[in-house]
Design a protein around this ligand. Sequence first.
Ligand SMILES: Cc1ncc(COP(=O)(O)O)c(C=O)c1O
Length: 394
Amino acid sequence: MDHGETKRSIMHIAEQFLADKLSNRKQLGNLRQLRTVDHSVDFSSNDYLGLARSTELNKIIQGNYELIQPKRNGSGGSRLLSGNTSFSEELEEYLAHLFQSEASLLFNSGYAANTALLSTIPQKGDTILYDELSHASAKDGIRLSFANRYAFRHNNLNDLEHKLKKAIGRIYIFVESVYSMDGDIAPLEQIIQLSQKYNSALIVDEAHSTGIYGKNGNGLCCEKELEQQVFARIHTFGKAMGIHGACVVGSKVLKDFLINFSRPFIYTTAMNNHSLLAIHSAFNFLEKNHHLKKELQKKVSYFNLLLSDTFGEDELYHHIPSKSPIQALIIQGNEKVKNVSNVLQEKGLDVRPILSPTVKKGQERLRICLHTFNSEKEIQKLFLEMKSAVQAIQ
Ligand SMILES: Cc1ncc(COP(=O)(O)O)c(C=O)c1O
């Protein structure tokens, strides 16, 4: 065998391995595939307030962008090199003020912010206790850390306390204010009491509460006036704010530490000015359009009303109680939930199935996201179609 042939056969072995893994996934019914967004009714995006699709906001962003000088297409480097501009610093000041914290530090995404914070702050010998339903980005950050790590049962204060009693070193607790898959809310007041009792630092991921809770969308911790008792918060801008990117808010010393030690901050190209301006414009827009938050809450109440009217006591599936725009209907089994979702898609309703292993086996679900722009008629249609699709698979 010559060198070329050896190389080809190594590639063949590697690709065969990948193909086998994919085919195994297909057999299990959980193969992930990309698809482009069509024109069906959006019950799946995180664009809760309709800002991602707002032509009005788009015009404001373009108008503001016309005014800035100099125009650069990209930032040209990381924040520590050529990628730092007055726009990033002004935006960080604005965000620190908005989120009522001493300082804020921008990241290119919530994924980067969570991996940065969790891999960098807890050290060897410390302990991280995290809710079992925490987002993958938090779990990845935790895996990168050298600290001890334990999951506690979802929103379960007894289990958290049990684990706090055994924790060693500096202790960090990680929770989400609104859970991305279940749409339910963390009992923040009680978690803070526990964090104080056991002298631990609380980190709250506000990805799904940013924009929809608190004054000008500053999140659930601020709405409940708890922000001073939280060590760090993560706010993302790709969900209700309709743009992309994220920030970590906390003390100045936390910010300086992340700038010095966090690899996802140091070794990446900074956001360009257009993105920074878009984030700033989206918060200004929200400030002038308070009605959006109320409009969203109306849609959530309407959904919950129809839910009890349509399914009553004899549930064909289990609904996780939620007052947030994220609603989860458990339909056990990848095949079943995919069938229901396919029927809904055929009827022009974009509702995505969440399969195991993204969620635990037995917790497969339709994840329904509600938006300001979903009409009552569309929500009615959703229930009608869901009821017949679910009955058909029984
Ligand atoms: C709770 C939570 N945290 C973090 C992220 C990551 O945010 P981003 O999409 O900005 O990377 C997500 C995204 O789905 C999320 O749901």
